[in-house]
Design a binder for this molecule. Structure first.
Ligand code: SF4
Length: 378
């Protein structure tokens, strides 16, 4: 039965090369097969028979590196989505259309083409302003290219710009430059920042360096110190720390990500894309070549699905509620558990809700597990 989705995620798998820390599902391509990919993405949508809500709230081009699609690739997908939606879908203006981009891909023509196609937000993979760190990460841009990209995006008419930064870089890469990274990011006046701690994933170059002892994950106390440093500096610069890793100027919270955190339905298209219809979570075949072959043969590229049962729903409700500053509605059975957390400064009560503090977010997994356990027993 077709569902009506208010949010759409499109996974664009192409990258010029693999960054040292990245374990996303990507396809490294020197020349990106834009036309074939666009055709297959729309073919997947048509063959699955999914429908959009008449008032789609967000479309998110994630990756991979969606900016590798160029102006025409992104425009062709948006035209195709509108054509498939027909007169009953996507009729209203879409409040948030985001493209993830790497700084080296940005040009004024590209931004103008995106703007003309309806893109109104760019999420830029800056990661660091330190040339040594960028080179260690295998990034394809310099700090100056990131700064120039922000100026160009604005000049091209897109004002909603989010910057990604990474903290907790291993000691072996040199002393932490987080303070200067934050200052240079703030100086660019982005409307949004996503600030992530580096994690060592086994199936990555970093994972291999770690396995042979060449590099170690930053210790927990430095992770915590830098997480809190980012909070303090960005809050002082007027950014609201509204989710564990997300900061926004007033009125600029990410609509698309909020859909994930609130349990709203979203459609996922493309290799490895996940989707959720409110009851069932599904995910697509990961490898680009396999996804392409399945879609071209008219096969649904479904790799797996699970119906969210009451236990999972309870655990998700607690975890998702705790990860944003909107907080979690407190139930009577929570009181004895959360009292000591509030006493320890890990959370505060705001009306009928529990809102974690940054110190609480550093312990979110343990706190969510404790609260889920209490609720499941009552
Ligand atoms: S550009 Fe992004 S998706 Fe591609 S390898 Fe680097 S981190 Fe991963």
């Amino acid at each position: 039965m077709p569902r009506f989705y208010p949010h759409i995620y499109l996974h664009v798998p192409f990258c010029g090369r693999r960054c040292s820390y990245c374990d996303f599902s990507i396809a490294v391509r020197r020349i990106v097969p834009v036309d074939r990919y666009v055709e297959n993405l729309l073919r997947e949508l048509r063959s699955r028979g999914e429908k959009f809500s008449t008032n789609v709230q967000s479309i998110y081009f994630g990756g991979g590196t969606p900016s590798k699609l160029g102006g025409e690739g992104v425009a062709a997908i948006l035209r195709g989505l509108r054509a498939i939606a027909g007169s009953d879908g996507m009729s209203a203006p879409i409040p948030e259309v985001t493209v993830e981009a790497n700084p080296e891909d940005i040009s004024i023509d590209l931004v103008r083409a995106w703007r003309g196609a309806g893109v109104n937000r760019v999420s830029l993979g800056v990661q660091s302003f330190d040339p040594g760190v960028l080179s260690w990460m295998h990034r394809g841009h310099s700090p100056e290219m990131s700064e120039a990209a922000v100026r160009t995006i604005r000049e091209g008419g897109i004002d909603a710009i989010s910057l990604d930064l990474i903290f907790a870089i291993p000691d072996q890469v040199g002393s932490s430059r987080l303070t200067s990274d934050l200052d240079r990011a703030v100086a660019l006046e982005p409307s949004h920042l996503s600030v992530y701690g580096l994690t060592v994933e086994p199936r990555t170059p970093l994972g291999r360096w770690n396995a042979r002892g060449a590099v170690e994950e930053a210790p927990e106390d430095r992770y915590a110190e830098e997480f809190l440093l980012a909070h303090d500096r960005l809050a002082a610069a007027g950014y609201e720390h509204y989710e564990v890793s997300s900061y926004a100027r007033p009125g600029h919270r990410a609509l698309h990500n909020a859909a994930y955190w609130s349990g709203a339905p979203y459609l996922g298209l493309g290799p490895s894309a996940h989707g959720f219809d409110g009851r069932v979570r599904r995910w697509n075949t990961e490898a680009y070549t396999e996804w392409t072959s399945q879609v071209e043969q008219g096969i649904d590229p479904l790799a797996g699905e699970e119906t969210i049962g009451s236990d999972e729903r309870l655990a998700e409700e607690v975890y998702l509620g705790l990860r944003t500053i909107d907080g979690l509605v407190i139930r009577p059975e929570d009181t004895t558990t959360i009292g000591p957390w509030i006493g320890a400064g890990w959370g505060r009560q705001a009306g009928d809700r529990l809102v974690l503090t940054p110190q609480g977010w550093l312990r979110i997994d343990a706190l969510a597990a404790a609260l889920t356990s209490v609720r499941s027993r009552s």
